[in-house]
Design a protein. Structure first.
Length: 308
């Protein structure tokens, strides 16, 4: 097992945009750090762990697509397993997720050219990530309704360093911690609303926390390449004034069981806020160096890594 401090490795940006619990709009949230703590492959899956270095956050790679993350009084972090590059996949996942406040469980990723950060949010804590944003429409997919939003991040952290970029959201109205996400339905819905996608960077099933405590054990069970879901009967466009009882893209007018890791491969942990200074509000420095990577054994090397 390898334990790595959140400041041990300077890696590429792998950030997200949680909203403040006090009601400030998500689009006004500025990331406080620009570096990832770890990226690599484990048991055939890409993984990413990023923390701003405040509070205590421990991420552990498990068997196959499983991972566990525990956090106490965290600042901001995002972690998970998936694919690099991402693609339009039917993503099946399951697990447990608990938080006392602000946290998200999402299919999360990036595209480039254009640079886009995207969330297909499956469940959130006590703060709706769409607070303060204007609903663009809805999409019916995988037995649920998702509301669609867009916002702009200005001089924020990204996979290309500090940049200004669009952020897309599909937020499920009734949360869940297991199921299949037909990502193509969301990508098609966004495109039909004028939200352009680019070339995929990574895509993961992610847990994210902001100024909260909690725990999660998630297993990315399987995936398959999506067919053209938008052309099927499960996905169609309806104008704002129309109602529909079938799956549709609609334009808007205005305690679970725990799946314990049996053989953790790699553990990454932040150190407490008392020993790690909080990163500056919006770094003006250029993007962080390229990430280090791990092989299938899950071992990462860094100057400050502690081997147990």
């Amino acid at each position: 097992m390898v334990a790595i401090s959140s400041l041990a490795l300077a890696l590429s940006a792998a950030t997200s945009a949680l909203a403040l619990p006090n009601g400030q709009a998500l689009r006004d949230m500025a990331k406080r750090g620009v570096t990832a703590n770890a990226e690599g492959t484990n048991n055939g899956f890409f993984y990413s762990f990023w923390s701003d270095g405040t509070g205590d956050v421990t991420y552990t790679n498990g068997d196959a697509g499983e991972y566990t993350v525990e956090w106490t009084d965290c600042g901001d972090f995002v972690a998970g397993k998936g694919w690099n590059p991402g693609s339009a996949k039917d993503v099946t996942y399951s697990g447990s997720w608990e938080t006392n406040a602000n946290s998200y469980l999402s299919v999360y990723g990036w595209t480039e050219d254009p640079l886009i950060e995207f969330y297909i949010n499956e469940k959130y804590g006590d703060y709706d990530p769409a607070s303060g944003l204007t609903e663009l429409g809805t999409v019916e997919s995988d037995g649920g309704t998702y509301k669609i939003y867009q916002t702009t991040r200005t001089d924020a952290s990204s996979v290309e360093g500090t940049a200004t970029f669009k952020q897309y959201w599909s937020v499920r109205t009734e949360g869940r911690t297991s199921g299949t996400v037909t990502t193509q339905n969301h990508f098609d819905a966004w495109e039909k609303l004028g939200l352009e996608m680019g070339t995929f960077n990574y895509m993961i099933v992610a847990v994210e926390g902001y100024e909260s405590s909690g725990s999660a054990t998630i297993t990315v069970e399987s995936s398959s390449e999506s067919t053209n879901a938008a052309s099927s009967s499960s996905s169609a466009i309806a104008p704002a004034s129309s109602s529909t009882t079938t799956s549709a893209i609609t334009f808007a007018s205005s305690s679970t069981s725990t799946l314990a890791a049996t053989t953790p491969a790699t553990t990454f942990a932040t150190v407490s806020a008392a020993t790690v200074p909080t990163a500056p509000a919006v770094p003006a420095a250029p993007s962080a160096p390229a990430p280090s990577s791990s092989d299938e054994s899950g071992d990462d090397e860094g100057d400050c890594a502690d081997y147990e």
